[in-house]
Design a protein around this ligand. Structure first.
Ligand code: SAM
Length: 275
């Protein structure tokens, strides 16, 4: 098992050798892969900007199957993946009074559980895809959560410029940075500290590699944990890999980001006595 995990973390899915080996092991997946590559090449040619490109990918995927578009092949998996996210945060002390921002909320796979659990108005979901946000609204209706007044907002970037400072006790992004090039993650880390409440944290998952960082079809991105930790630190944040998440049956890793407490500034007499 440990060997399988290590080889997964070392695999370079962009390399020809990996693609050939994968195709030999899964011949039934060749045709869908070729179809996806052709579609993505077409969408990339039309949308140079990553967010616009990924929005078009989501429009195409959502039209086929909203649950597949967020990465769950079946409704059972959709429910299980949402529960995994919810249970993890409750296990880490999430309480109904928390104020949550979910980045890349999709069709509320986990979001509906957070909305149900949190006090009314305490859940804010943002996403770049209007198509998946329409599905998110449908999820609110399906679970009868209208009275919880969730906020669902279409975003074009991750500057959070429309949100208040120091407000969110929990910011959560599941399977979003696994689809994001580094400048998108950098933008998020540059701004997330402003919207975090004192003592709050930002959890995100990512596809981890122990080898060379790489991407596939500009849809799936693989990063070394050290790269993302260093990026967070460059923005004055503290970041650590969540070892307890590694034990979950989920292929991605999780990093928690916090704003380090500032050393108390000398005031009054103490400041006056300073040389
Ligand atoms: C794999 S889905 C996961 C959705 C949700 N987090 C979940 O666990 O069900 C990724 C979602 O992130 C959104 N997304 C991708 N890049 C984004 C970005 N830069 N900002 C906000 N949302 C983004 C996609 O539109 C999609 O809804």
């Amino acid at each position: 098992m440990a060997d399988r995990t290590t080889s997964r973390l070392l695999a370079n899915r962009a390399s020809l050798a990996h693609k050939i080996g994968y195709a030999l092991r899964h011949p039934e997946r060749i045709r869908p892969y070729v179809r996806r590559s052709a579609r993505d090449a077409w969408l990339r040619a039309r949308h140079r900007d990553h967010v616009a490109y990924y929005r078009a990918v989501m429009a195409s995927d959502t039209a086929r199957s909203p649950q597949d578009a967020v990465g769950s092949a079946t409704m059972d998996r959709w429910l299980a993946l949402g529960r995994m996210q919810f249970d993890y945060l409750v296990g880490h002390g999430l309480v109904p009074g928390d104020r949550m921002l979910e980045i890349g909320c999709g069709n509320l796979r986990a979001g509906w559980r957070f909305i149900e659990y949190l006090e009314p108005g305490h859940y804010h979901g943002i996403d770049i895809s209007p198509d998946i946000l329409v599905e998110a609204k449908g999820t609110v209706v399906r679970y009868g959560l209208q009275d919880k007044l969730p906020h669902l907002t279409l975003a074009n970037d991750l500057t959070f410029d429309f949100l208040p400072s120091g407000f969110f006790t929990v910011v959560h992004a599941h399977s979003v940075f696994s689809h994001s090039p580094l400048p998108v993650i950098d933008e998020c880390l540059a701004h997330v500290g402003r919207v975090l409440a004192p003592g709050g944290y930002f959890d995100f998952t990512f596809d981890r590699t122990l080898g060379a960082e790489h991407q596939v079809l500009r849809e799936d991105f693989y990063y070394r944990a050290e790269t993302l930790v260093a990026l967070a630190e460059r923005h004055g944040l503290a970041a650590r890999l969540m070892e307890d998440w590694e034990r979950r049956p989920h292929g991605q890793s999780k990093i928690r980001v916090t704003v380090p407490a500032r050393a108390p500034q000398p005031t009054g007499d103490a400041a006056a006595r300073e040389p």
